[in-house]
Every structure is written in C-alpha cells, then in structure tokens.
Design a protein around this ligand. Structure first.
Ligand code: SF4
Length: 379
C-alpha cells in the first residue's frame, strides 16, 4: 500500500490508540479509507457493533462478505471486522492460486484484533476431529461417513472435509448440503455446531434415535456405546454457539405471555427446545428478510445476536422488534473489534506494515476450497 499521503503519527504498539477519542478515531479511519479507495475493502459482519459497521464497505454474513470481497476489482486488502474463521475464509476465497496468478499478488487479509475468535469454532480442534475420525473407524466404516462442517469453523476443519469427500454448509443451505451428503454416503459427521446439525436433520425427518452426540473430551468413543454409533445416521459434534445457547424455551413462554400475538423468530444455532417453540427458524439472511417483508404492526421476538436485533429494531420502527432473551446475548469476541483496533490496523496497513494478517497455508487452503466448492455446486 502507498503511504505517501499519511502524515499522522502512527502509534505503536497498540495501547496509544485507546486514548484517542471516538471522533478522532472515526476521522482517521475515514481518512485512510479515502486515501486507499477501492484498494481497501472493510467488511462488517451483521453482529458487529454500530460504530464499526458505519465504516464498512459491505455488511452481511461471513460467507456473503468473503465472496463479495473476493470478487471486488482492484481490491488489495480486506479488513474483516468479524472473527478469526471469517478472515480465514476471506483469505482462502480471495487468494485462490488462479486469482493470485492473474493479478500478480495476494490480497492482504487483516483481522483488527487477533483475540476476536469464535467460541463455537474453538470447540472443534483439528486434532480432536482427526482423533474422532480414527475412533469412529474402530466401530463403523469411515468410508460410509460424509464429514460436514459448518462454515463457522477453522480452515483446518474445512480442509479435513475437503480431503475426506466432505463439504461445508452455512445456516442458509444446511438442509440442501445434508441432502447432498446423504446422496454420497449413508452417514454424516456434523461439526462443530450440534444444534444446527440436529435441527436440520430433524427437519429432514431423521429421528433423534438415529443421531449420536460426540463429546471430544470423552475418550470412550465420544461418550457413545458402539450400538449407538452403529445405528447413527448423523453423528453430531458436541459444540455450540455460546450466544445462541443463551436462549431458553422459558424465554419463549414468557414473551408470548407478555406480548400477545408476537411471532418468535430464531436462528437454527438455538437449541432444539427453543426451535420447537418458535414460529419461524432460519439463517441471519432469513431473519432479516422476514422482518423487512412483514407488514407494519407485526410483533417479533428474535433469538439471535443482540446487535443485529437492535439494528432491526432501529430500522423498523413500524414494527415491534424485541430481543427474545431477558439477558444480554452478544458475540463478545466480535465485540473486541472496536474503533481503536480498526484505526490501528488500517494505519499500519497503509504504512505497508500490516498487523494481524491472516494467512492460511496453501495446502490447507487447497482442501478448504475443495469443500467450499462442493457447497457452491449444491443447489
Ligand atoms: S455468534 Fe456464536 S458462532 Fe457467531 S462468531 Fe460469535 S460465538 Fe461464533
């Protein structure tokens, strides 16, 4: 990145940025955006706080964002205001070998705060998944299992799926992906989110008796009897999103009593008990669509991340939008990305000294793309 126009002091290491006012940080962020123009793309995930979203070129869910940024003409750097796995996906999609060869350089992908991880993604480490695969092989034939990873997972897990004939899914296409997976093989190993896996499989008519739950911390076949695994069509990884796990069935009962006629709209990362009590269940895009298309006067209680629900409430004053839980459920790791981190990472990027660069190694990226491309081919 050219740095000629920058004459502001570049504080390093990070702490001095903390002492800057929000107004000054915003000014400096916008100044970098202006100077870099289309060479820079800032991505803001739907769950991101408003102050950061205000500086995003694109907002959306993780996969939409990565794809759109990868397709942007002239983009040299992506700053992903999301969490770690999202920045990995952006690096994988923006830096496929043919794209790098065509443009003669890599796109630099930056995560403003490296501590912005995902508790769900962290619940499935590649070593744990490799061990589980080996252990499963002592009971059932792994050639009979399609591994399916939710996009909310590390690049190494996506690569595992790529190598083993598996696939990636999002919360929008989980059903179609599971249909594809069962067309390949008789069983599915679904990770890292047990709830998305269970809710989707149940909606397909697969009974709970044909699902097993794999606890990666239980050395005895993930806590399963051999017979249980033998009869399982879906083996669910015991992971969850700590945000969506906060919604409880009693919250649904309470809000129905409090707001007569309210529609309960939840994300499929919520537990089966919550999903069973909801009126509508779907991905973030689905949730947005439902509210956008509803007539004035519609009353909603929404079970997903707080910042998204608050934004819907602000943008739709003609409807009643409420948060489903009485407690604060926000993505605390994504919230780590604030104006100070954004400004710090942008100014270093402009100076040609990028910080927090996310770079997936070529071998992992190759197999992760294989699993992502299988997903893209699913209709
Ligand atoms: S909301 Fe949940 S799944 Fe999404 S990034 Fe945060 S912890 Fe991960």
């Amino acid at each position: 990145m050219s740095t000629a126009a920058l004459d502001l002091p570049l504080a390093s290491p990070f702490p001095p940025y903390r002492s800057l006012s929000d107004d000054l940080l915003q000014e400096r962020i916008e100044a970098v955006r202006q100077r870099l123009g289309p060479r820079l793309v800032i991505l803001g995930h739907h769950y991101q706080q408003d102050g950061v979203i205000a500086h995003a070129d694109l907002t959306g869910d993780s996969y939409q964002l990565s794809r759109s940024a990868a397709e942007r003409e002239g983009c040299e750097a992506i700053v992903f205001c999301g969490v770690h796995f999202m920045a990995e996906t952006a690096d994988i999609l923006a830096n496929r070998p043919e794209q790098v060869a065509a443009r003669g350089r890599r796109v630099t992908v930056v995560l403003p705060d490296m501590a912005a991880g995902c508790s769900m993604a962290d619940m499935a480490g590649i070593d744990q998944v490799e061990d589980a695969w080996e252990d499963l092989g002592t009971v059932i034939d792994t050639a009979d299992i399609t591994p399916v990873t939710y996009i909310n997972s590390a690049a190494s897990l996506k690569a595992f799926c790529g190598r083993h004939g598996g696939i990636v899914c999002t919360s929008s296409n989980a059903r179609a992906v599971l249909d594809w997976a069962f067309a390949q093989r008789r069983r599915v190993l679904f990770f890292p989110d047990q709830h998305l896996g269970r809710n989707t499989a149940r909606a397909m008519g697969i009974p709970l008796a044909e699902m097993a739950l794999w606890n990666p911390h239980d050395p005895t076949l993930g806590g399963n009897a051999r017979a249980q695994l033998e009869q399982a069509r879906v083996i669910l990884w015991q992971g969850h999103c700590s945000v969506h796990a906060m919604f409880r069935p009693e919250h649904v009962d309470a809000i129905r009593e409090h707001i007569p006629g309210v529609k309960i709209l939840v994300h499929p990362e919520c537990s089966m008990e919550v999903v069973d009590k909801a009126d509508l269940v779907g991905s973030t895009s689905y949730i947005l669509r439902q509210v956008e298309q509803a007539p004035p006067g519609t009353k909603w209680a929404i079970g997903t991340e707080l910042h998204l629900v608050k934004r819907l409430e602000q943008n739709h004053p003609e409807q009643t939008v409420r948060f489903l839980s009485p407690t604060v459920c926000m993505c605390a790791t994504m919230y780590r990305i604030d104006l100070a981190h954004l400004c710090w990472s942008l100014e270093h990027l402009e100076r040609g000294k990028p910080v927090n660069v996310i770079r997936v190694d070529d071998e992992t990226a190759k197999w992760a793309v294989t699993a992502l491309e299988r997903m893209l081919a699913v209709r």
